[in-house]
Design a protein around this ligand. Structure first.
Ligand code: FES
Ligand SMILES: [Fe+2]
Length: 315
């Protein structure tokens, strides 16, 4: 199926690495999206993403400490600024215009360094006002999957697997709303679940809203009976057509009274553990899924097809 090929969505954002781990004047290597990438932080703090290949004769560029803010190729010593331009050639005065490392738009959001696969972004990642706000607790995690990134994305519009794979106590579910959000080139899907938790007398309405931004990131919200439970970001990074590194952030706003504030961090850690556990349950199914053969989707599974159409527009 074309949707699960080694072509990945263009004009989209991808989380590459944890922002906190990238120090000023340093770079790290990331191999993803069929590219050998270098993620670097300038002395000013700005992040940059470039290909890790010298435009001169294709040598691999070094990773680690920058040399006076520059990348110096180990083969013939050409040096490059972090915008990709060639700053100096030790044995020539004239620098050819084509002597540029390919670079990509780069930004920091929700604790990750992101790259955009296009020349200039057509849309932004949404702000998560809770992230970094006082009292909010965030957790980050990464998990390696034997899966195509689109298996992760279409999971957001698949309510029937909640009771089987995730063993959620679902009494009923319905896809409540699907809408397009032009400013973020996004498709937003809201699903309402009626859940019976054993410790509650009445059933709980859980609403999960997943916004597929571009065709590579889900920024979502989980509400219990109308109250915000957490926000989450799921950013699958394709290593290959059958291998994905899933980066996730969850953010829980302060909910407890001040006297119980010390419980916020352990609670969000427990929540993060639960998300981790549930992702591993998905992972077992994804690893064995045959992606080559045509599918039989029911009318009630139209949201899955809708997500697929949205992704296909970006391939
Ligand atoms: S290949 Fe990089 S300087 Fe020659
Ligand atoms: Fe799932």
């Amino acid at each position: 199926m074309e949707l699960f090929s080694d072509r990945f969505p263009r004009e989209s954002w991808y989380a590459l690495t944890r922002a906190a781990a990238l120090r000023r004047g340093r770079s790290v290597a990331v191999d993803a999206l069929g590219l050998r990438l270098l993620v670097a932080r300038e002395d000013t703090g700005r992040v940059r993403v470039l290909e890790r290949i010298c435009p001169h004769m294709g040598a691999e560029l070094p990773v680690g400490r920058l040399r006076s803010g520059r990348i110096v190729c180990p083969f013939h010593g050409w040096s490059f600024a972090l915008d990709g331009s060639c700053a100096a050639i030790p044995y020539a005065e004239r620098i050819p215009a084509t002597a540029r490392i390919r670079s990509f738009p780069a930004e920091e959001h929700y604790g990750w360094v992101w790259m955009y696969t296009g020349d200039s972004p057509t849309h932004k990642l949404p702000d998560l006002s809770e992230y970094g706000a006082p009292g909010c607790v965030a957790r980050h995690s990464s998990i390696r999957l034997r899966a195509h990134m689109n298996q992760v994305l279409e999971n957001a519009a698949d309510p029937p697997h909640m009771s089987t794979v995730h063993r959620a106590p679902v009494l009923g579910s319905r896809v409540d709303e699907i809408r397009e959000i032009d400013v973020q080139d996004a498709l937003e899907i809201s699903v309402d679940y009626d859940m019976a938790f054993p410790w509650k007398r009445r059933s709980t309405r859980v609403r999960v809203t997943s916004r597929l931004v571009g065709a590579s990131v889900i920024v979502g919200t989980l509400e219990h009976d109308g109250a915000l439970g957490m926000r989450f970001v799921a950013a699958p990074l394709p290593i290959s057509a059958r291998e994905t590194l899933l980066h996730q952030t969850i953010v829980r706003p302060r909910r407890l009274p001040r006297a119980l504030g010390w419980l916020e961090a352990p609670l969000v850690s427990a929540f993060a553990q639960m998300v981790w556990h549930q992702t591993r349950a998905d992972r077992r199914v994804w690893a064995g899924q045959d992606l080559e053969r045509p599918r039989v989707l029911l009318p009630c599974e139209a949201p899955v097809a809708r997500i697929q159409r949205h992704i296909a527009r970006h391939l």
